[in-house]
Design a binder for this molecule. Sequence first.
Ligand code: ZN
Length: 252
Amino acid sequence: MRQALISDIHGNLEALQAVLADIQDQSVERIVCLGDIVGYGPNPCQCLDLVMKRCQLTILGNHDQAALFDPEGFNPVALRAIYWTRDELDRGPGPGTVINGRWDFLSELPKFHQDGDVLYVHGSPRDATNEYVFPETIYDQARMKVLFDKVTRLSFQGHTHMPGVFTTDGEFIAPEDTDYEFPLSDEKLMINVGSVGQPRDEDPRSCYAIMDDKDESVTFRRVEYDIETTIKKIYNIGDLDDMLGDRLRGGR
Ligand code: ZN
């Protein structure tokens, strides 16, 4: 199977639209979303609608969970953004509708999904929603072992907004280029697919991955989008800190 893996959209509609357009040309059989559809960005409802329509499998992210329940460990900027996001979702799809399908969709998202020897999570194989596996986590060998013990062969994850591949011999391999292909084998790997809506690896372009079972590869793709339009929207919403726009320019 050839599938696209997207994550950490964070209400960035321009980025999501650009990535979905790019996926259109990749002849994939399905799109998997690893969570954090909302939070930080100015278009949570529109992003949810697109994910509901286009993704065949979606995993719950910590910001999606925070919109549903009480946020845990959020800084003041993230907290204000998530309360604003909640209000946006509460406004519903429009007059005359009783049921808000977006809330239903969010509340039914699974925390993880295991498909044969492939695991899909937002955070880590141990804590599917909240644990961060950063590039520097490789130096904590004990923790890496615990994490890899939970992986049958592949774990696809997001959450850190830092794309790359973790190997069992303690390496983190970051994609070097726009179309970076990493070979798959029987080897266990944890693969972070990066972020669509708020990349933090100093490359402001949206990031996502394509996994191909037949080619035995994972390819990281980078996609340009209209960053300034997203930033302008953020500036115009009082509850979204200007910094949430500024950081998009540098991919921080
Ligand atoms: Zn995120």
